[in-house]
Each structure stands twice: as C-alpha cells, then as structure tokens.
Design a binder for this molecule. Structure first.
Ligand code: GDG
Length: 738
C-alpha cells in the first residue's frame, strides 16, 4: 500500500532526556496539527530530527529513541552536534533565514556552513530513501531542506514529491546575491509541486528560476528537463476549531477555575472600565519587529497621553535560537527598551509594558488571546504569521481588533484587519488609537468576515488542497503528447531504416544539430558535426536535408562545399547538389520597410535584444534580454503586429526566444510537402527539430514517420529527446546501418 511521507527538520514530537530516561511528548505546533490527519492515515510516516544529537545518546538510548518514535509513526535522522551547529544554527539560521527575510546585513555566506547543509540534506535523503517505495507521496517542508527534493528525485525519478516553504521567498534582487543560488533552485526543482504562502513569494521564485536558470515558465508551470513542475500559493491556515473551542470553554470558567495569569489580567481589566489590553506574541526573532513595536508604543503614549494609565501592552516573546549572536543582541535591545519605557512612564498602579520572555502553556495563550482588546502584530517580514489568525479565532464574541503588518503573509488574506507599515510610527500610533476607539459594531463586522474565512480555509483544508494539487501534477506530463525516445523505439526505428530502400531525414539546424549561442553568427557547425553530417549524407538511398530558418547565404557558407541538400529561409530556397539553389516560393518583401522601424522601437526599449534581417523575414531575438521584460514586450509586439497585419500576407512565428515575421505562404511544412510530392518512393521518414517552426514539418509528416522534438514541450512530434547531445547520439546510430 502506498504511503505519505512527511519530512521536516523536526519531528512533531518533543524527545527529551531526563536522568537517562527518554520523555516523548507530542508537539503542539501548527504544522504538527495540520499534518495530523495526513500523518495518521494509512501507514503514513514522518521523518525528521528528534532534537537529541548523536553525542547525547548512547547505543541503547539510540535504539530506544528509534523504537519509541516508530510507535508514533516517525523515523529519525541522526544528526551530530556539529551538524546542528553548522547546518541548523549556521546555514539555516545565519544564512537562509536572514537572506529570505531581507536581512542582508545579517546574512553570512560561509562555505563551511554550506558544506554541512549539503551533508545534512543528504542524511535526510538517505533516511527518506530507506523508507520510500514507488507509488509513495513525499511532502518536504521548509528552508532547512531545500536540496532534499532533488536528492530524492535522483534515486526515485518517478516518485511524487511536494515541497512547501514556510518563510518568504525573496525577490530576485535579494536572491541573486546568494552564492549557491543555482544549486538551491535546482534542489527545489526536484519537486513536482512547490507551494508558498502567498502569490508574491511564488512570483519571486518563478522570477529567479527564469532569470538564474533561464528556464521556460508558462504561467505557473516550469518546464525542467523532462518534467513539468507546478508552483502555487497555499496560504496556511490554523486549527480554527481548536482555538475557537478552547476560547469558548475558557469564557465559561468560573473565577475559581481561572489560571493565575488570567487573574492578573482580570485585575488589570477591572481597574477601570476604560482599561484596555494590547497583546503581542512572537518568537524572539528580529523579523518580528519587536523593538519597532515597543518604540511605536512609546510614540503612541507620547502622542496620545490620554491613554496613559489605561492601556497596557502585554508582550510575550518566546525564546528562540538564543545562541545566534543577532538573537542575543535583539534580546538585549528588547530588555533595555522595555526597561526604559517602563521606567519612564510607570506609576504606582500602572506599568505600560508587561513583558514575558518565556514559552507559556496553551491554556495561558488562550488567556492572553481572550483577554486582549487589541492584537498588535508588527513583523518587518513574516512568511505568514499564525498568531494573527489565532487571535481572531479566539474572539468568540467577535469583538477585538487586529493590527497587522503588511509585511506578514497573513495580511494578504486579512484585509479587514487594520493593516499597517511597521516602519511608519505615525501610522502605527494612529492605528492603535483607532483600534482602541473602534466601536464594537465595527469590530464585529470586520471579525465576522475574518472568522468565516479562517474557519473555511483551516489547516486541514490547507493540507488537503496541497495534496489535491500534488496529485493533479501527475497528469501534467500528459499534455506533452510525445513519448521519450526509448531504447525499444530506437531499435525499431533503426531496424526500419535498415530495411528501407529510400529514406528521407529532415534535420533542423539551430537548437537541434547545435545549441544556442548568444550571437547567432557564432553558431556555425564544428568539426564533429560536419563529420556526422557527411556520414549521414553518404548513406546509400538516404536523402538528408538540413532545414533551417536561416538565410541561404549563411548555410551556403557553412555547408555549400559538401553538396548537402538544404532548405533555407523557412522554406523559400532549396539547394541540391544537382541543381544548386532554386526558389520554392515566390514572395514579396516590401512589407519589411514598414515592419523594421517597429521592431527597432522594441530593440530600443528592450536591452539585450536585436533584429536579424533575413532575405524574406525579420527576426527579433531576445535570448539575452531580461526574461520578464521580454515576455511583456513579446505580448506588446504581438498586439502591435496583429493590428497592422490585416490581410493574411504575413505571419508571426514565435520561436525559441525569437519572434519572426515572414510571409505567410512560407513554412517548413510546405517545403517538406513539396519534397514529398516530388518523390513518392520514400519508405522511411524522419524529422527532428526543436521549435514552433518545426511543428509545421511534424504536421506535414505521415503518421508512421519518426518525428522527434528536442526538449520537453507541447508538440505534434511523436517522440522527444532532451538535449543536443542526445540528438548527436541518436544520429550517430544511422550511418553504417545500411
Ligand atoms: C514560521 C514562519 C509562518 C507562540 N508562543 C507560544 C506558542 N506559540 C505558537 C503560536 C503559533 C506559533 O507558535 C508561531 O507561529 P508563527 O506563524 O506566528 O511564526 P513562526 O514560528 O515564525 O513560523 C511564519 C509559520 O512558520 C507557518 O508556516 O506563519 O511566518 O516564520 O501557532 O500559537 N505556543 C505555545 N506557547 C507559547 O508561548 N503553546
């Protein structure tokens, strides 16, 4: 039976060692909750680090951990203290975390950390591969495991892999500074589906893929080698019912059942009916905007002194990564700020900030959420932020105001909150005032909408949606009608070629016989290619035709002396050894005078592009241009051209990073059909090509012909190969057979 394997840095368990005894308790984080149903289904498995290093465990304890976690349907990845230092505290938290949160000044590019990151991702891959079987589905989580999808794919090419990033994916301008950017992108592209919290992260990722790896992206699908990878946004939800129910039960408690914390909160609330509590909860992390928030609160108290003595900021900061220097500095800064502000404003009966630096049990979290009139969530950068959602979920009476930073992913779907820029103190102070004075009716109106959305798109729904999407990627390959040129097909084809009396081989030049160069003039044939073509040309009973969109002068220069048959200019000219050059089409070129100046305006506005003038067509090349700008310009150009070309005289061909305008009655298909009509004795037909212009040729071929597309894209060809090298290997097999 196939199973689902979840992989994350940590297991959904707390494994602790107390007096040589193991203590295992389930962890309560959002991810653990969300995956609960996925994990518990069938023979699901969760793979991750236990939290104890190899050095902390003797052999017997290692075995005990193994057995204990297996009972919870988990498997551990053994990590050493050094791994944790360099992979986790190093590369994950001192490189990726700050970089992906736009803290470039905190980002350390250490080769040593990177090496450890690679090693640990390999350790994860090993454990995954020990457990994964064909037909399983693997869901990898977060920035600690960016290389894992590729490592799994290399050993299990057909397994279904999904990846979800819980933190932002930064804009290309940030990501491009990263020394190992290609490896990381390629690592992620081992997946079939890549999920992000928001559309912005998704588009940043796609932009880096286009610009750095120069891959073809169609909407949200990436064509990569022989796979199509889907990229989408799945805003993570919370376990709404759990928070809502806990809050409901909490409100029903009698005073004697209340916690100490709740009593203290009640004391404050009861001092005066105008008294209000403002809450913030976060891990002590520099991305969460804690100092900003405190300073803004100070600014607010100075700007609106009428709130002194009445409003209190309850700030829960949960210790996190405290052995990373920036976190220590942040802690120090926060302590000092709170001290200074409390010192400055406190009275005998009032301290403006209540500050807790610790983790609290769940029921205390509910105390805080339910007792606070306002939640002030001000990260400077945050992948999603679940606290904002949890606060809303606990507002059983639908009152309460959420002030939320625009820089949190959650802001994209929580428009009814008061959205603020955390760096704008004026705006922040005014929003605090607005929140404190907001009529209850308005609070309820806003929260009603928010709650409805949170309830509907809960964490279960999030996980289910991701899985549905991952399953759907299995059908993506089917839009490519061609099949991979397999060993068997190859054997069959060569067998038919051998016994054929008269064969025709149509070979496209650019992108097929040779790879692309930045400058088309540099793409002439090398010695190896000439030697191959000469051999094919000499096969008895075989007609080899080089067919190209290039002009006849260029092909003449490259191949003229060998007597090859050539079709140039997309099918305008035919060259044979017997007759030399003859024209296949009668075509007009007056239109070029009108179209050229238009193309020139596109060249001027699109750096890196240029016009290639051919005898019968104009080509606008954009291979070296910024891919996103080029995409926009291609659309623009198409619109301009369609409005100009009113009759059917001209057609616009979209090639591989080139748009070509030419007379409509010329294409490779028409040229091929002429050849076929002149000679009906062919009993073996072969055509190979890589772009749209070659599709006309594939279309014209009879069904039993061997048509081969270079690259994994939509095509009318029957087969495909991936690379120019594979084209060579395939063609090398023809000479000598007959
Ligand atoms: C990362 C991304 C993204 C907090 N204090 C206590 C406590 N919590 C719980 C909260 C909440 C969770 O921790 C914090 O989640 P966040 O989403 O706010 O932030 P990160 O930890 O930075 O998480 C973030 C998230 O991944 C999910 O993809 O949203 O952007 O940075 O659930 O309730 N829980 C308990 N005691 C505490 O003192 N029990």
């Amino acid at each position: 039976m196939s199973k689902t394997i979840i992989v994350s840095n940590r297991l959904p368990l707390q494994v602790k060692l107390q007096d040589e005894q193991l203590q295992i308790t389930p962890s309560v984080g959002g991810l653990a909750t969300g995956m609960k149903s996925v994990h518990s289904e069938g023979n699901g498995l969760w793979i991750g680090w236990s939290g104890l290093t190899e050095e902390e465990l003797n052999d017997q304890l290692k075995e005990e951990v193994k057995v204990a976690v297996r009972k919870e349907k988990c498997a551990t990845v053994p990590l050493t203290g050094e791994d944790i230092d360099k992979f986790y505290f190093g590369f994950s938290n001192r490189t990726l975390w700050p970089l992906f949160h736009y803290f470039m000044e905190y980002t350390e590019f250490e080769k040593d950390y990177w090496d450890s990151y690679k090693t640990v991702n390999e350790k994860f891959a090993k454990v995954v591969l020990d457990h994964a079987e064909d037909g399983d589905t693997i869901w990898v989580h977060d920035y600690q495991l960016l290389l894992l999808p590729k490592l799994i794919r290399e050993s299990k090419p057909d397994i279904s892999i999904g990846f979800f990033l819980h933190i932002p994916f930064p804009s290309y301008e940030i990501f491009r500074t990263f020394p190992w950017r290609e490896e990381v992108l390629e690592g992620m592209l081992g997946s079939d589906l890549l999920g992000f919290h928001t559309y912005d992260y998704e588009r940043h990722f796609l932009s880096s893929v286009k610009r750095i790896l120069r891959l073809e992206v169609n909407f949200n699908e990436i064509v990569y080698k022989d796979r199509i990878i889907k990229v989408d946004s799945f805003p993570m939800g919370i376990d709404y019912d759990k928070f809502h129910e806990a809050a409901r039960e909490h409100l029903e408690k009698s005073p004697s059942e209340r916690s100490d914390l709740q009593r203290r909160l009640d004391d404050h609330i009861q001092t005066d009916e105008d008294t209000k509590l403002i809450l913030s909860i976060d891990r002590m992390d520099y991305t969460k905007g804690i100092p900003n928030r405190i300073r803004a609160f100070e600014y607010f108290l100075n700007k609106y002194p009428q709130f002194k003595q009445k409003v209190r900021l309850v700030m829960l900061a949960v210790p996190s990564r405290s052995n990373v220097p920036q976190y220590q500095l942040l802690k120090k800064e926060t302590d000092e700020l709170v001290g200074r502000i409390n010192g400055q404003f406190a009275t005998v009966s009032w301290t403006p900030i209540w500050y807790f630096y610790r983790s609290l049990p769940f029921h205390n979290l509910i105390d805080l959420y339910t007792s606070s009139d306002v939640a002030l969530i001000t990260p400077v950068r945050d992948g999603m932020n679940l606290v904002a959602k949890e606060y809303i979920a606990t507002r059983v009476k639908k009152d309460g105001v959420l002030i939320l930073s625009e820089m949190a992913g959650a802001a994209q779907e929580m428009n009814e909150a008061l959205l603020i820029n955390p760096n704008n103190f004026e705006d922040l102070a005014d929003s605090i005032k607005q929140a404190l004075e907001m009529p209850v009716k308005e609070q309820k109106k806003r929260n009603k909408v928010l709650q409805k959305r949170l309830r509907r798109y809960s964490i279960d729904k999030w996980a289910a949606e991701f899985f549905r999407s991952l399953k759907a990627t299995q059908n993506l390959g089917q839009v490519i009608v061609a099949q991979r040129m397999s060993q068997e097909t190859e054997q069959k084809m060569l067998g038919e070629f051998k016994s054929a009396n008269r064969s025709l081989m149509m070979l496209d030049y650019d992108g097929t016989l040779t790879g692309f160069r930045d400058n088309p003039e540099d793409a002439g044939p090398d010695e190896r290619l000439i030697a191959l073509l000469k051999k094919i040309h000499e096969i008895p009973g075989n007609d080899m035709v080089i067919i190209s969109g290039r002009d006849r002068k260029t092909l003449e220069k490259w191949f003229g002396k060998y007597g090859f048959t050539m079709i140039t200019d997309h099918g305008v000219w035919l060259h044979t050894a017997e007759k030399g050059w003859e024209s296949l089409e009668r075509i007009r070129t007056e239109w070029m005078e009108n179209i050229r100046p238009i193309l020139e305006t596109f060249v001027d506005r699109t750096p890196g592009t240029f016009i290639e003038e051919k005898n019968y067509s104009l080509a606008w090349h954009y291979r070296k241009a910024d891919p996103e700008l080029a995409e926009i310009r291609v659309m623009e150009l198409n619109t301009v051209l369609t409005s100009l070309i009113s009759n059917n005289e001209l057609s616009v061909l979209k090639g591989n990073k080139v748009t070509e305008i030419k007379s409509s009655n010329v294409n490779k298909g028409r040229a091929l059909s002429r050849l076929l009509s002149q000679n009906d004795t062919y009993d073996f037909l072969f055509a190979i090509g890589d772009d749209w212009t070659d599709e006309y040729m594939f279309e014209e071929m009879p069904e039993d012909a061997y048509t081969v597309k270079v690259g994994y894209q939509k095509t009318k060809a029957r087969y495909y190969v991936r690379t120019n090298e594979q084209v060579h290997q395939l063609l090398e097999k023809f000479p000598g057979i007959r």
